[in-house]
Design a protein around this ligand. Structure first.
Ligand code: ANZ
Ligand code: ZN
Length: 812
């Protein structure tokens, strides 16, 4: 299984210490890791008393819980969890009561599809895969609080998922309605819009189609404004905020009513963000299948091509305008009809040229207008703001002023109204599948929709032999008579259960609330524990969840907040995204055959070396390519650290300059706080090298101070070997409960460098940065300089080259 690595196996590259090799104990990672894992477990080192923790010092260090796949944890997962674990361990040493629970996201199509493929029941499969994950999560030596573990597919958990659904239902935020939905022909279920990658199913990659079906939707759109405004106060990566903002897609505009010619009481409304172009409308467009087409069929047969035969009247000029059919109009956005302004919108322009529709210029570029008119009319659309022309009384106004004036004009005549539209859709949670929580609703002919009484929860997922999705638009549960047929909870008459199950993303939208209360049987959460332990202090996640899980969790938390069920509106005000570890240029996945499991490495080199290796091989937030090339270097480093405590105390003259030690304390702490684990590991390597080379000069007390400090610095990264070192140095159990060492600010202070900042080849300023500042540090310091800013303008530099400690070169 494991190999003992003897220091004698390879020549030492430290001449100062190689003479002592014989005196060393071998570094036996297997023995050390087993010993300390058992001790931590026995002592409850990572357990937190959720009934007594002090809310002022508690630190809920959350990670995105795993979906227990059949292939097991891979090193990409370990990379993310190791970073989060280092951060949590550091917080504990900084005096926080760290709560770091773990659980399993075990419901869902992913598990079910795999179960179908291998012909195993998802329940049996899930039990097995969770067992394997649990084993692996133990082995990596992370400080999980296992006493709060749960799995979302367990009735004791999904009972409360159903309860959460019922709270949303009572608040009018869960509704069953007809909607055009996305259907995956391979998974044979509907999906949420968020579960499309382009137009393909995120789960299986099949091209999705559209269907019209009666489905359960959660009214996330009712929270669009709140979700948008709430982003401002979050300590989140910019990319997360930007993607959520775009996904919510708030647009302010006007709905303009166009009266239908010959049917004065019927109108066709179009949503526009450019009402300043109203006088340039030369057609209205609707998507195929729009109701107006049917009406046209009755009234007058549609003309050839894209015309519907219907005409509308322009609200200001009264001119007759054709209504056409265009593919690019999205039925579910805005009013589902657009006003076509070919002179100022690129798609309208292309369409008008093809369909031979007129083009009328009504906005001129503000500068050089004459020169541009020709281009605007013939070459393409002038899509920017400008000055109005051909727009009656609004001529001469700039676009922004005109938008206001025209909106007022329309509103005062009842011909339109200001409107806000969102790109965000309601969250479709019905799944015509098996492996999920049954939606707790009963359909009764007499009473209609009846929620299952809370005391009757959970609605248990029935055991079935055949859990294949039917593909009929009904879940496999629909054919389980004993499940479907029940008496109505309200009138007692014959009724039918809802047979759709809910989306797994509903399971994970509230799971963080469950952790402190995972053992509570009679409530989803104990409000006192929730008040003490939540919200999460830091959530370590991935960018693939920004517009799904992160958005859903925010929505559900806000809804529960408005219902008075939790005291906070945001579930994780601080978020950090871990990058992907790639293998041969691709994301690790079984289908690509490039999954590397941690087990083989832990057997061979131990969890500590694997953790250090992963954290060193790529910046945590960026990710990068995984390879085992650097492993021997990390092994050498760990053995060198190990030798610090296995060697006898030196008896040198003393008076060693201790500044490198203080700098290491400062650097490692600062880097961990910024999730820069790779540079923290580099600092550890440096200080270990320094200590080895200064050993002979140190007195016994100097040496002990140095080595004890190094064991403390190493503890978050290599928790087992650091614990063993600490014990051998005479420290009290556990190294993970010691305070983080403090440093002498004077020793660190001198560690600054003056660098020249060049903009486009000329030195514009000289600034002070930490001597070990990296490119990002130097750049952000430079961007704070007025002189640099002046020469750079508002734009970000296009190119940045940093020569550490000397020059920062920016190209504007
Ligand atoms: C007239 C116009 C003139 C427009 C112009 C743009 C430029 P966002 O910002 O995304 O909300 N639009 C409205 N509903 C649509 C639908 N259902 N499908 C496709 N396009 C739709 O964009 C709003 C703009 O997108 C609207 O403003 C409309 O085109 C188009 F010079 O109206 B505009
Ligand atoms: Zn009834």
């Amino acid at each position: 299984m494991s190999t003992r690595i003897h220091d004698q196996d390879e020549p030492s590259d430290d001449p100062q210490t190689s003479a002592l090799d014989d005196a060393y104990d071998a570094y036996d990672h297997a023995a050390i890791e087993a010993k300390w894992q058992a001790r931590w477990e026995a002592e409850g080192t990572y357990l937190v008393d959720v009934d007594r923790a002090d809310p002022a010092t508690k630190f809920f260090n959350a990670v995105e819980f795993p979906y227990p796949s059949a292939e097991g944890l891979h090193v990409g997962n370990v990379f993310k969890y190791s970073g989060a674990d280092v951060f949590g361990r550091y917080q504990r040493m900084a005096g926080r009561d760290v709560f770091q629970p773990i659980g399993f996201d075990s419901f869902g199509i992913h598990t079910e599809n795999y179960a179908l493929r291998v012909g195993e029941h998802p329940r049996a499969l899930t039990e097995r895969t969770i067992g394997n994950f649990r084993r692996q999560l133990h082995r990596i030596g992370a400080g999980w609080d296992w006493s709060h573990e749960f799995a979302t597919s367990d009735p004791s958990y999904y009972r409360w998922t159903q309860w959460v659904f019922l709270q949303l239902y009572r608040a009018g935020l869960a509704v069953r309605e007809d909607a055009e939905v996305v259907w995956c022909p391979s998974c044979r279920t509907v999906l949420a819009f968020e579960q499309l990658e382009g137009d393909r199913c995120e789960r299986c990659g099949t091209e999705a189609t559209r269907r019209f079906m009666k489905q359960w939707q959660l009214r996330i759109t009712a929270y669009a404004d709140q979700l948008l405004a709430g982003l401002d106060d979050l300590d989140w990566p910019d990319i997360s905020k930007r993607l959520q903002r775009d996904w919510i897609g708030r647009s302010e505009g006007v709905e303009v009513d166009f009266a239908i010619a010959g049917r004065p009481r019927d109108v066709l409304s179009a949503f526009t963000t450019r009402v300043d172009t109203l006088f340039g409308v030369t057609f209205l467009a609707v998507p195929p299948g729009h109701p107006i087409i049917e009406r046209a069929d009755r009234d007058a047969p549609p003309q050839a091509g894209t015309r519907t035969g219907v005409e509308v009247l322009h609200p200001t000029t009264g001119e007759r305008i054709p209504v056409v059919i265009a593919d690019y109009v999205v039925a579910s956005y805005g009013t589902g009809a657009i006003m076509g302004v070919p002179a100022h919108d690129a798609r309208d322009h292309e369409f008008a040229v093809e369909a031979d529709l007129p083009i009328a210029t009504v906005v001129l570029p503000a500068v050089g207008a004459d020169a541009e008119v020709g281009t605007a009319v013939t070459g393409g659309a002038w899509t920017d703001d400008g000055v109005l022309t051909g727009s009656g009384e609004f001529d001469g106004l700039d676009s922004a002023t005109a938008r206001d004036a025209i909106a007022d004009w329309l509103a005062s005549r009842g011909l339109g109204r200001r409107a806000v539209r969102y790109r965000l859709h309601d969250w479709l949670i019905s799944r015509q599948r098996y492996w999920g929580p049954p939606i707790p609703i009963v359909h009764c002919d007499a009473c209609g929709e009846v929620p299952v009484p809370e005391e009757d929860l959970p609605v248990l997922l029935p055991e079935v032999e055949d859990f294949h999705p039917a593909g009929t638009g009904e879940s496999p549960l629909a054919s389980v008579e004993s499940f479907v047929n029940i008496s109505c909870p309200s009138c007692g008459g014959a009724a039918r259960r809802e047979t759709d199950v809910s989306d797994t993303f509903l399971d994970s939208a509230w799971y963080l609330l469950r952790y402190p209360s995972s053992d509570v049987a009679d409530a989803a959460w104990d409000p006192e524990r929730t008040g003490r332990m939540l919200p999460v202090d830091q959530y370590a996640g991935g960018s693939e969840h920004i517009r799904r899980h992160h958005l859903y969790a925010r929505f559900v938390t806000r809804a529960l907040h408005d219902l008075g069920l939790v005291s906070f509106a945001e579930p994780f005000p601080r978020l950090r995204l871990g990058g992907l570890l790639t293998m041969s240029g691709a994301k690790m996945s079984k289908s690509r055959g490039n999954v590397v499991t941690p087990d083989e490495f832990i057997d061979r080199v131990g969890a500590d070396v694997l953790r250090l290796h992963l954290l060193f091989c790529a910046p945590w937030e960026e990710g990068g390519a995984f390879s085992s090339d650097g492993l021997p270097g990390i092994e050498r480093f760990v053995r060198r650290a190990w030798r610090l405590v296995t060697a006898p105390d030196p008896d040198g003259p003393g008076g060693v300059d201790a500044r490198p030690l203080h700098r290491a304390i400062a650097r490692v702490g600062r880097d961990v706080e910024r999730m820069k684990f790779n540079t923290a590991v580099a600092a550890l390597m440096e200080v270990v090298r320094w200590a080895s080379s200064e050993r002979a000069v140190m007195t016994g007390p100097e040496w002990r101070e140095t080595t004890r400090t190094i064991a403390l610095l190493l503890a978050p990264f290599a928790p087992h070997v650091a614990e063993e070192m600490w014990e051998r140095l005479g420290g009290p159990f556990s190294v993970h409960r010691q305070p983080w060492p403090s440093f002498d600010p004077d020793a660190v202070h001198e560690d600054m460098a003056t660098i020249a900042v060049q903009v486009d080849g000329r030195v514009r300023d000289r600034i002070q940065v930490a001597a070990d500042a990296d490119r990002d540090d130097a750049l952000s310091a430079a961007l704070r300089s007025d002189r640099v800013r002046r020469h750079l303008g508002d734009a970000e530099p296009r190119q940045v080259v940093y020569v550490p400690g000397r020059i920062l070169n920016l190209v504007s």
